[in-house]
Each structure stands twice: as C-alpha cells, then as structure tokens.
Design a protein around this ligand. Structure first.
Ligand SMILES: C[S@@+](CC[C@H](N)C(=O)[O-])C[C@H]1O[C@@H](n2cnc3c(N)ncnc32)[C@H](O)[C@@H]1O
Length: 466
C-alpha cells in the first residue's frame, strides 16, 4: 500500500473522533465518513508506520446502519458528522467508545459501562451556537458544480473541518432552531448591505468575527453576541435598531471586542447594546442566569438527564457536605442543594461565579457557597480545612480533565462518594487510573448531549475502597 493507492475496504468499526476503521492484515486504515458495515472504495492520503488514512471515494455496498442525512451541507460542514448514521448505532458507538477509553486509557476492562442514554430531540437541540465570519468562503461541491459566481470574500457559518481560515456560508443549520438559522441569514444580508467586512484570519484585517446566539430552551430569552475586531458605536447603534425592528425575539444584544489574532468569541471588552446582558434558562425546578462567557451545558434538556444521573450516583442524604468542583454557573450545585446540608462550588471564571451566586439567591437556595479560583492552586489542605471534608465530591472538568495536582489531592481527600462527570471519557478514564488504589469504579453512565457528533458525556460513580 502506498500513498495514492485505491483500496476496496470492508469497514469494521467506529474509531476515535468519529472516524471509521478497518484492518488489512492487522494494519489499521481509517476512513472518515465511512460507516461500519460499508464496503467502500477509498484513496490512501496519509501513510504512517502503524496506520493509514484514506478518503472515501465511493460506497460500493452501504451499511444497514446508514440513514439519509437531513442537512444539505452534510459531508462538508464540521457541525454534525454522523447525520448519515442511524441514531441507535450512534449511541452504541458512543457506549463502545467509553468502554474502550476505560480499557485503553484507564487500563480497565472490567468497568460496568451502561448503554448511553439517548436524546429525544435529535435536531435543534443546542441552546448556543457560535458562527464565524471569514473573508475566505469555502464552497461546497454542489456550489462549485452549479457554475454560479459566488462572492468568496465573505462567509458567515461554520468552519470546514481542519481549516481555521475557511468558513462554509451556511444557509441552513439544524442544530439550534429554525429561527436561529433564519436569523443568521438575515444578519449576513444586513452586514453585506452595509458593506461591513469579514475578518481575514491570515491578514488579521476586517470587522466582523463571530456571531454567538444563545437561545434558552425553557424560556423565551435570546442573546445575540456579535464579536468584532474593534468598537464602532455607530455601527452598533444601526444594528441594534435593525435587530429590534426585524427580530423582536432577541432580548439582549452584546458586542464583544476581540482585537487579538486568536479565533475566539472571548474578547478584551464587552458592551451591552440593549437588554440586560444575560439570559435565563431553566433546568429541573431551577432558573439560571447565563452571562455571555459563562459555561452552560449546550443541550438543556439532556443536561437535566446528566444531572439526574450524577445526583442518583451521589446517593445524597440530608446530612451531606458536597463539593461541586468546576461548577460553572452552579447548575449541579443548585440541582443537588435541596437534598443535602451544604454545597461548596469552585469555578475559575468570575462571571460564572457571580451568575452562580445570583442563581442560588433567585432560587431561594441558601445552603450553597461559591469560590472563584483555579482548582490547581485553590484545592489544597487549607481549602479543605476551611470548608470541611466532603461526604460527596462531584467534579466536572473541561475536556483536558483534572490537573495531576488535583488528582493527587482527591486521592488524599478520599471522600466516601466521588462522582466524575466528563465530556471526555478518555481523560476521565486516565485521571481515574491514577486513583485505582483509592477508589473502585462502581459504574459508568454515558449520556448523549450531542446527537450526530461523536461527543458524549460520561458520569462515573466511584466508591472509596475499604
Ligand atoms: C464542563 S464545565 C462544567 C460546568 C458545570 N458543572 C455545568 O454543568 O454547567 C467546566 C467548568 O470548569 C471551569 N474551569 C476550567 N478550568 C478550571 C480550573 N482550572 N479551575 C476551576 N474551574 C475551571 C470552566 O470555566 C467551566 O465552567
């Protein structure tokens, strides 16, 4: 096999990051876009010592796990790479990926991993979408073959996978809501009519950078956050009037300024153009205020399932002291607070901690306190001496997992009950592998918050070894 070889392959299984793989005499070949059970023709574009990657040319015999994708951008857009896979097969693949994380990264093949809990809403489930502007528009194969002329110096949509500069100009999207997709189209027209330029990711010029839409699932509130390279009061006044006239559903409009080169919706300044500068959403019995940069689970409905599983695994009692570490806007803290004596939350982002405190007050919950700080430095003997040894420890860190210092501290703290919630089962399994002497993994429950992607949340229940 050489680079450029064309192979006929029978696809065996899903692999890391949603790719599929097969083996030829033990040599692994990854084929992105293929589905287990497919027979495909594919061209090798990368060859390494232990594996090769091949691009799908043709499906010779389709897998029974295939289904018709909904979106016309499927195959080009990086948003939902598994729209062509039957939903139960997606869930099975996610369950298997959690099991394999514990086997490979955690060195444990005996962990009980339950089948992933699926979502009822397979489309329009996200409460937050971050669209990008770019002075480099990526054309789909259909757009190229249409023979039409396109303005390729302006795009508003999502990045194509693996390309930081090029953006697909999305005219439909099934991730947030039909309203959100139509609003994106209206913003594009408004910006083009006013001749506002899109950010050029290589030259670092242009005005428009990102359009972030946060649409609450259980209230009528909508936040629009336009990220621009600099502040222009006149333009924002014009856009504010336009939004209020054409999209009265929008309850608050924010202009974030990011003049740096990093392609992020965070910035050095934030102006609230109209409205309160935040929105509210409800999970379970509680209402949460959400600031522009505060973390909030993007699938509100399934977040409730996730928290329910975490709370069940914590087997809470009225005398419990609970630590909720990496607590964001305090969602897990407030969810468990009515069932326990006291909850202490820790979070890095000050804005989220302020949200958490106000959320507690607004929901009439007085047995929670929140501290701002970096877990790596804050979570030490002094913190524990000051707050007391918890009966239950809940952690929900970002994708990278726990800092080794935090893992060590958890080992020393040795709480009776420990719940690890994670959006990255690989880092979850790896972190827990360092705590095998202290904790036994009782069970793991994957919960699907991200249909049509390979992402999965995973809740692990751990018990202190006697
Ligand atoms: C996956 S979110 C979980 C938030 C919350 N549990 C929820 O369900 O909404 C992880 C949170 O950890 C916070 N975080 C990231 N690094 C941190 C650190 N070093 N110390 C404390 N918090 C951190 C992030 O700001 C984010 O709010």
């Amino acid at each position: 096999m050489k680079k450029g070889s064309i192979l006929t392959l029978d696809i065996e299984k899903f692999a890391d990051k949603g790719k599929s793989l097969t083996r030829l005499d033990g040599y692994v070949v990854f084929v992105p876009g293929a589905v287990p059970g497919d027979r495909v023709k594919a061209r090798v574009y990368r060859k390494r010592k232990k594996f090769a990657e091949a691009a799908l040319i043709e499906v010779l015999a389709p897998s029974p796990l295939r289904t018709e994708p909904t979106c016309s951008y499927f195959g080009t857009c990086g948003g939902c790479k598994w729209q062509h896979v039957d939903y139960q097969a997606q869930l099975d693949a996610k369950t298997q990926s959690v099991r394999e994380s514990f086997e490979h990264a955690g060195g444990r093949s005996d962990v009980t991993v339950h089948p992933a809990l699926g979502a009822e809403d397979r489309y329009y489930y996200r409460n937050k979408m971050e669209f990008s502007f770019s002075a480099g528009r990526w054309l789909t194969p259909d757009e190229i073959s249409s023979g039409k002329d396109f303005n390729t110096s302006f795009a508003l949509g999502l990045h194509v996978p693996g390309n930081f500069a090029k953006v697909l100009d999305l005219h439909e999207c099934h991730l947030q809501s039909a309203w959100s997709a139509s609003f994106v189209n209206a913003v594009r027209t408004f910006c083009l009519e006013n001749e506002w330029s899109a950010w050029h990711p290589r030259k670092h010029t242009g005005y428009l950078r990102h359009l972030v839409i946060r649409q609450a699932a259980n209230t009528e509130e909508i936040m629009v956050n336009l990220v621009t390279s600099h502040h222009d009061a006149d333009r924002m006044a014009a856009m504010s009037t336009w939004i209020q006239e054409t999209a009265p559903q929008v309850t608050t409009f924010i202009n974030t300024i990011n003049s740096g080169v990093a392609q992020t919706a965070f910035g050095e300044a934030m102006h609230t153009v109209f409205g309160p500068g935040l929105i509210h959403d409800r999970i379970g019995d509680h209402t949460f205020e959400i600031a522009p940069n505060a973390f909030f689970q993007t699938n509100t409905r399934q977040a409730e399932t996730l928290y329910r599983v975490a709370a069940e695994y914590a087997a809470l009692t009225p005398d419990d002291l609970v630590y909720d570490l990496y607590c964001g806007a305090g969602t897990i803290s407030l969810y468990v607070a009515p069932k326990v004596k006291q909850v202490i939350g820790v979070e890095l982002v000050e804005e989220a901690v302020q949200n958490a405190r106000r959320n507690a007050a607004a929901n009439g919950i007085s047995n929670v306190t929140f501290e701002t700080g970096d877990m790596m430095t804050l979570f030490n003997e002094e913190f524990i001496a000051c707050n007391g040894k918890p009966d239950v420890l809940i952690v929900d860190p970002p994708r990278a997992g726990l800092h080794p210092k935090v893992v060590r501290q958890i080992g020393e703290l040795a709480p009776e009950r420990f719940i690890y919630v994670s959006c990255n089962p690989h880092s979850q399994a790896k972190d827990l592998s360092y705590l095998t002497d202290t904790f036994e993994v009782v069970q793991v429950q994957p919960v699907d918050l991200f249909p049509h992607t390979h992402h999965i949340e995973s809740v692990a229940q751990l018990r202190l070894r006697k």
